[in-house]
Design a protein around this ligand. Structure first.
Ligand code: AMP
Length: 286
């Protein structure tokens, strides 16, 4: 596995590999502190492409001023071991200066989707995501790029970005990987104490309960939202919880839906702070 820190080196390495034969490239962008969710994307890429590149870059422009950029968990050695074991060929680990050299002022405005849900609670977040993903896709020019359904709205933003700017990669979305008790894996789960983790389970159990109710024939969104809210707010936990949103939304536009008319178009999403850790999760209504 080759570890590369600069754009020029990455381009040279990929040009060298491609020169010998026609190869496909899969790209898995991450912020590191890897878990089985990331690894599921890596495995998909390794199985679908000749060459897989992963990136590890904690992107400051997608964090708000009072968010956890400084504290975001990092463990480069363990990440590199993980990726090596999975058969990743290239890891791109650019510095801040490499990604945002002096004079860098470009940013991508992703439009109305960024005014909803995550975009509303994290102003500027999707612009930061879109800009860094656009840059990574432009540097690496992968045939396929892999993202997780865990960040469903991010996937929609990236698909629109890729389509609107003709970036030319196929965007592949991998399912959300959960621990056996249902909690969606996230690098931020490492912030949780035992009692907070216990409380965090109410996010996925609430979503699963709402999906079950929908599957039994309920299609009024407010009823489904109530199930999630009740699940999160019930119980005697001492852990403080602050819910940003519980939403039943169109899976492409992320606009609220009042009534689910058609299977496969809607998604239930939740964002909440458990203690001081903000977590998100979602399930598709299928
Ligand atoms: P991050 O390092 O959090 O930026 O995540 C990198 C990629 O991994 C993103 O495309 C995420 O959506 C994806 N990802 C994060 N958590 C999970 C999970 N539990 N299951 C599947 N993919 C995930």
């Amino acid at each position: 596995m080759k570890i590369i820190e600069t754009v020029a080196e990455f381009r040279q390495e990929w040009a060298n590999l491609k020169e010998l034969e026609s190869l496909s490239l899969g790209l898995v962008p991450t912020m590191g502190f890897l878990h089985e969710g990331h690894i599921s994307l890596v495995k998909k890429s390794v199985s679908q492409n000749d060459v897989t590149a992963a990136t590890i870059f904690v992107n400051p422009t997608q964090f708000g001023e009072n968010e956890d950029f400084e504290d975001y968990p990092r463990d480069m050695k363990s990440d590199l071991d993980f990726l090596d074991c999975e058969g990743v060929d290239i890891v791109f680990v650019p510095s801040l200066e490499e990604m945002y050299p002096e004079g860098f002022e470009t940013s991508i405005n992703v439009g109305s989707i960024a005014t909803r849900l995550e975009g509303k609670y994290r102003p500027g977040h999707f612009s930061g995501v879109a800009t860094v993903v656009c840059k990574l896709l432009s540097i690496c020019r992968p045939d396929r790029a892999y993202f997780g359904q865990k960040d469903a709205q991010q996937c929609a933003v990236i698909m629109a970005l890729n389509r609107d700017l003709c970036l030319g990669s196929e965007i592949v979305v991998g399912e959300t990987i959960r621990s056996s008790d249902g909690l969606a894996l996230s690098s931020r789960n490492s912030y949780l104490s035992d009692s907070e983790r216990e409380k965090a389970l109410s996010l996925s159990s609430g979503l699963f309960a709402a999906r079950k109710l929908w599957r039994s024939g309920e299609n009024a969104s407010d009823r489904l939202r109530s199930v999630v809210l009740n699940e999160i707010l019930s119980g005697n936990s001492e852990v403080p919880v602050e819910i940003d949103y519980v939403s039943v939304a169109d899976k492409n536009t992320f606009m609220e839906i009042d009534r689910i008319e058609e299977a496969g178009n809607a998604i239930i999403l939740v964002a909440a702070k458990i203690g001081t850790t903000r977590l998100i999760d979602n399930v598709a209504l299928v």
